[in-house]
Design a protein around this ligand. Sequence first.
Ligand SMILES: [Mg+2]
Length: 360
Amino acid sequence: MKIKSITFKEFNLKLSEPFSYYTATLECLPYEIITIKTDNEIFGFGEAALAWDVTGETQEGALGLFKYIKPLLINHKLNSIEDIKEMMKNIDLNVHENSALKSGIEFALLDVLGKFKNKPVYKLLGGKEKEFVVAQRVFPYKEKHSDDLQQKITLSLQNGAEIIKFKAGENSEIDYQIIEKVVNFFPTIKLVLDVNQGWKNFLNAWPIIKKLEKFKKNILWIEQPIFSSDYEGLAELSKKSEILIMADESCHNLLDLKNLYLNKSVKLINIKLAKCGGILPAMEMVKFCEEKDIKYMLGDMINSPLGTAANLQMATLGNFISYDLTLNNKIESDPTSGLKIDGYKFYIPQTSGIGVSLKN
Ligand SMILES: [Mg+2]
């Protein structure tokens, strides 16, 4: 089959409540939905989670690139994964970066191919059979400070959450007090702190991390404590800290991962499809991590279930230590149908393609 048309459509994902972390407060996410149609009337859809603070992308930028990307896809054959690799390589050659947009295009191509072959995307790519994965429970700034935090954590654990993640970085003293209280109340709790670069540099971050080592049995890792470009600082922290340090904003793609590895800056990374450009580049990162004994989790950018479905396909394609996925109660309305979520369990879609349908 051949690609007959492609469209980029503005899609504003409204959140049910503002979501705050160190670099932003998000209320409505300005994304794009990519639609690809083939000459045999198969439609494929993908969500491009454009995050200006992470990948530098905006709706306006993505729409502006349409005229350069469209000719690279129209009339191209689409019968195999190799065809998708060829198209994505060509887009990479012609358009620098814009990884979230590229991931949305790749998802739409994979959705078409899966529907054509009547298989879920993960089966096209050799993924493992997996029934479901369990997502982390993430507390953004405001919720972390709420009076009923203990009840909220209790409820999350009862509903099956295994890891509680706090967005951190705005005030380390208060964060310390919250963690101390939470650990006293839930002595076996598994916590993660996501600092989103908020502790800036080694000199500032090290005393805080040293103090937090008191809770090293509970804190599984600290995510991106310092500025993303400070590989030396990350290496220093990774060497000294008894708590694992994770690279997130520092590690977008395979090139970053190789550089982090060469700088001895990383033992643990957060792979996100919007940062690396899609499922196929993420699979290369997984392969590198497996070869070099680097642990990795699967993160997201706050997605609608269309983006989450792509993440769930990816979830079968590696040995991820954890999953950060968007619960439906985080978004105001769901533009899709087909995804099954029960508490914190996200079921791997078994229908053909990416696994969800768009409601008109
Ligand atoms: Mg993070």
